[in-house]
Design a protein around this ligand. Sequence first.
Ligand SMILES: [Fe+2]
Length: 219
Amino acid sequence: MSAETNKRLQKIADFARNYLEEAYKKRDDKEGLKRFLSGFDYRWQHTQRVAQFGKIIAEAEGADTELVVAACLLHDIAWFDVQGDNSRDHGNIGAEIARPFLASLGYAPEQVDNICYSIASHVTVENPNTLEANIVSDADNVDRFGPYRILQWCYSDIDDYEKLTDKLRERINRLEHYRANNPLATETGKQLFAEQLHLQILFFSEFVGESELSVTPQL
Ligand SMILES: [Fe+2]
């Protein structure tokens, strides 16, 4: 990509980071969010990883990589603006926040539409009608099943071994279902998702296996 493209993407990253951080500061449940590993730091790190996965998938699938990376950087921008039942609105709200900013960077109207459609549809639209939007959703889902999520799955029940083991046993079933019916849209997304599933299933299976060793041996 050209230096000019990278400069534009850096401006988008700065905008997204600042917006997320300011919105997080306004939340009065910061401690709870942090406790569940879901504070600003996690959200911003997730955002950047989604942009990295988006780049890999876009290049492999022949999509417009700049539009994909821009949308990935902005996809969760409204994350802290919504709570509870309204959390699925973060896509639509995020697209509205991003629209005037993207226009101010000099993107053409159809490019702005493409990016905003990806942001809006990543939460609610099952089969988006642009390649770029499918890639943003795929990149999001790849990171939602990454190593950090292994920690998140374990973290809340770390002090209750039996409960955690039962929970992970159930989780393995769910993950096996995803492995049999890979729900991602693009071939590259499916591959990356399968790699994440492999790691999670392997780790959780080893964990459950270890629990079966946590008894005194019988000779
Ligand atoms: Fe996300």
